[in-house]
Design a protein around this ligand. Structure first.
Ligand SMILES: Cc1cc2nc3c(=O)[nH]c(=O)nc-3n(C[C@H](O)[C@H](O)[C@H](O)COP(=O)(O)OP(=O)(O)OC[C@H]3O[C@@H](n4cnc5c(N)ncnc54)[C@H](O)[C@@H]3O)c2cc1C
Length: 435
């Protein structure tokens, strides 16, 4: 499949990574409005990703869902055309309107969410490195998250623990600095990490002092190929998103060099000292990463919802009962009308939050959380309605809507559950400590 004029180059390496960073930071200084009339570049990239989703991803979706394995050959295909890789991700992100990244995610996840997550799961670790790393760390680690088209790699972001999910401040994985060897020593257990154990680069959130809550957190790069003491725990068998690998990760006296803490040890020491003095600290390693990625995650949910809506619409125009097409019944037609309306409404929230995030507008009313909450709820509702419209067929694995329903449910749970998003919004609009 040939790439459009605006598609990213596929060359890898530190120079390309540097150019990509410049493209992002250069555009960040202009305040750009977006139009609901997409630019030709945005349309070209949308159609290009849609082509890949329709021709490569969707035909393989059932097989990889059943296998419950990472679809390496498809990640490699995506790498070959420039859809998987830092240059690609950076170019999508560099669009100053902020819309290209959600558009790409919606189209890819329209193809399949499990495969989509295998392709985009790396982005969470990349976002952490990009958001918190120094320029040298960005240049070194981000290309390693992706590998090359010939030798693709994935990356993992490990914040959650068995007893720290919604409450990230409960992280107990501990990092201590060994002055004698000049290394960090990390101990703990991470839970539900996408690509956990199969990734090379793991970004691990650990605490320097549990008493400081999330203000004592730091993010460490732990490369599987170099570090001893990191291992994969149980691979999780899941309800949906089954082509995406999820596993526990164990850190057992895991040692990494001093320079592997994102942002650098000096800055971290200064920050922790400020926190201990009782001064305010803006940087909370895990929360920063989640906040910036919420609209993109919302766009993924929208892709699933749109797939189910389109399928149910076509089905309802074909299927006949009582001598007429089932869509000729208002009950079905009105449901489809609401499905379409809800998807479009959610997309507007996603695009608004993406534009705000890209142009450094603060989420005063938790607009990022709004976009993710709404999209997740819409995806669950639309896919459930799609099963209803397909009737018995909808409930079988012969048809894709039951898979879309299983896949959609995670969007109420990960990267902040629906309840936690409401908490964030309620606190933002009220300025009160709602519990
Ligand atoms: C497929 C999958 C992939 C994942 N990938 C990653 C990953 O790559 N990296 C990573 O770090 N984590 C990942 N996670 C973990 C995910 O982010 C957590 O599961 C999620 O944050 C919820 O935490 P929990 O499961 O511990 O639920 P809990 O926090 O135990 O919540 C249980 C229930 O209580 C509710 N609840 C909790 N506190 C409150 C409150 N204050 N008010 C109201 N209700 C509340 C929740 O909303 C939820 O309904 C993944 C999880 C899954 C299933």
């Amino acid at each position: 499949m040939s790439a459009p004029a605006g598609a990213p180059p596929t060359s890898a390496g530190a120079d390309a990574a540097e150019a990509a960073v410049e493209a992002i930071t250069g555009a960040a200084n202009q305040d750009v409005t977006f139009s609901l009339e997409l630019t030709q570049d945005q349309k070209d990239i949308r159609d290009w990703v849609h082509g890949f989703a329709a021709d490569v991803v969707r035909p393989a979706a059932h097989e990889w869902d059943e296998k419950e394995q990472t679809p390496w050959p498809i990640i490699q295909e995506a790498a070959k055309i420039g859809l998987y890789g830092f240059e690609g991700l950076a170019q999508f992100f560099a669009d100053p309107t902020g819309l290209t990244l959600p558009i790409v995610n919606e189209e890819l996840f329209w193809g399949d969410a499990g495969i989509g997550m295998s392709i985009m799961g790396t982005a969470l670790a990349v976002a952490a490195i990009f958001g918190q790393g120094s320029n040298e760390q960005i240049g070194e680690w981000i290309p390693r998250c992706f590998g090359t088209a010939e030798d693709v790699k994935v990356a993992a972001f490990c914040a959650s623990e068995p007893n720290a999910g919604s409450d990230v401040s409960g992280v107990r994985t501990r990092a201590k600095f060994d002055e004698q060897t000049g290394e960090w020593v990390i101990n703990g257990q991470k839970a539900w990490a996408t690509n956990g154990g199969i990734a090379d680069v793991h970004v691990v959130i650990a605490t320097l002092d549990p008493e400081l809550g999330s203000r004592g957190h730091a993010a460490f790069v732990v490369p599987m190929s170099e570090a001893k003491g990191i291992s994969q725990g149980t691979k999780v068998s899941k309800h949906g998103l089954r082509a995406s690998h999820t596993a526990d990760v164990f850190l057992d006296d895991c040692r990494v060099p001093a320079a592997y803490v994102l942002g650098g040890k000096e800055k971290l020491d200064e920050r922790i000292a400020r926190v201990r003095e009782g001064k305010k600290n803006k940087s909370q390693a895990a929360m920063q990463t989640f906040e910036s990625s919420r609209p993109t995650v919302g766009a993924q949910a929208l892709g699933i919802a749109r797939a189910a809506y389109e399928y149910a619409l076509e089905y309802s125009k074909e299927r006949e009962q009582f001598g007429r097409k089932i869509i000729e019944n208002q009950a079905i037609a009105f449901t489809l009308a609401r499905m379409k309306m809800e998807i479009d409404a959610a997309r507007l929230l996603v695009w608004r939050a993406s534009w705000m995030g890209r142009n450094q507008h603060r989420f005063e009313n938790a607009e990022g959380s709004m976009s993710k909450l709404k999209s997740g709820e819409v995806a669950v509702w639309v896919t459930e309605r799609a099963i209803q419209i397909l009737g018995g067929n909808g409930y079988t694995r012969e048809y894709p809507v039951e898979r879309w329903h299983r896949d959609a449910k995670i969007y109420d749970i990960f990267e902040g559950t629906a309840e936690i998003q409401q908490l964030v919004i309620a606190r933002a609009i009220s300025g009160m400590q709602i519990r």
